[in-house]
Design a protein around this ligand. Structure first.
Ligand code: OFO
Length: 165
């Protein structure tokens, strides 16, 4: 069964995934309100994916004899300056998530909890994809440029991005 320390770390990860979901939902709404409808759809979907990441942890903790805790989600930002800023924040956020996942993986390896170590590999792969996706999104701003119909085109292209989840 899970050590209390491991259970704690996994519950912190639940909170992080829950916050990610809320954060992306908030970003989706801002994009929608600004008329970036394709980016909004991408972000609404992404919010759902993060909720799925959270639920996967709920099941794992409870199946392993622990207690998954529904996190308090507060302090979610609602306003953004530009579409580019939204995607910059996503990359920043995903880098933080990766650090947190790596910390858990490292911990599991050290205490020889190989079951949780193995479970967490799914998240390791997922983070690789999510960071790549966020970097790709930011590249679009540089490649296409934001002037004229640039932002309109970027929004269309952002809508075509999708993760392999
Ligand atoms: Fe965006 O990542 Fe969850 O894990």
């Amino acid at each position: 069964s899970l050590l209390a320390d491991t259970e704690n770390k996994l519950n912190k990860q639940i909170e992080m995934e829950g916050k990610s979901s809320a954060y992306y939902l908030s970003m989706a709404s801002w994009c929608d309100m600004k008329g970036y409808t394709h980016s909004a759809r991408f972000l609404y979907d992404h919010a759902e994916e993060e909720r799925m990441h959270m639920l996967k942890l709920f099941r794992y903790i409870n199946d392993a004899g622990g207690h998954a805790i529904q996190p308090e989600i507060t302090g979610i930002r609602h306003h953004f300056n530009t579409l580019r800023e939204v995607f910059e924040l996503i990359l920043e956020h995903e880098i933080e998530v990766t650090k947190s996942i790596n910390h858990i993986v490292d911990h599991c390896f050290n205490i020889k909890d190989f079951a949780t170590f193995s479970f967490m590999q799914w998240y390791v792969t997922e983070q690789r994809e999510e960071e790549t996706l966020a970097r790709r999104a930011l590249e679009l701003f540089d490649i296409i440029g934001e002037e004229g119909v640039g932002l309109w085109t970027i929004d269309q292209e952002l809508g075509k991005l999708h993760s392999n989840v």
